[in-house]
Design a protein around this ligand. Structure first.
Ligand SMILES: [Zn+2]
Length: 166
């Protein structure tokens, strides 16, 4: 694989890529050799849409599915970061299942306090899994480029600097 990729750049602390880009064969968090490269889909929509979420979550979810943009990017993680992510996702899954079980037990016992605790644990586990388990955070998907937060400084330093083309 070529060491130099013309599809990925750094712009300050952000990673800028072309859609469908395959990133270098290194961990995007720590720049160590990647254990494996994974093709992932990243989604983004205009932040203004969150106003709808404040009004009605369901309507927001339906609109978001239709207007969101998608970028496929092939991303590498080292063994350590891969393992860390697996542990986070496993903990989140166990937490969500345990919370759901507690909520059902509360329903059976007609204890709404227990239902509330179970629902809270489930929701907290899901949020934890989504936030701690994400590999990169999309800040914008544009016509030609996608921008991400969350790439490691050493990985970014290995990429060429992005110059805006107008
Ligand atoms: Zn790593």
């Amino acid at each position: 694989m070529a060491e130099f990729s013309t599809d990925a750049w750094r712009d300050g602390k952000q990673l800028v890529v072309r859609p469908g880009c395959t990133l270098p064969d290194r961990c995007i968090k720590c720049n160590e050799p990647a254990q494996r490269l994974t093709r992932r889909s990243f989604y983004w929509h205009h932040p203004g849409l969150y106003v709808v979420a404040l009004l009605n979550l369901l309507i927001y979810a339906v609109i978001a599915i239709f207007v969101r943009k998608r970028t496929p990017v092939t991303v590498g993680l080292c063994r350590q970061h891969q393992t860390r992510r697996s542990i986070v996702l496993a903990l989140a899954t166990v937490g969500a299942l345990a919370g759901t079980a507690v909520a059902f037990k509360g329903l059976i016992d007609m204890s709404y306090v227990v239902v509330g605790i179970g629902a809270f644990v489930t929701l907290a586990s899901l949020v934890f899994g989504i936030v701690a388990g994400r590999v990169l955070v999309v800040t914008r998907i544009g016509e030609n480029y996608t921008r991400f937060d969350g790439a490691g400084a050493e990985f970014l330093a290995s990429l060429p600097t992005f110059y805006r083309t107008r």
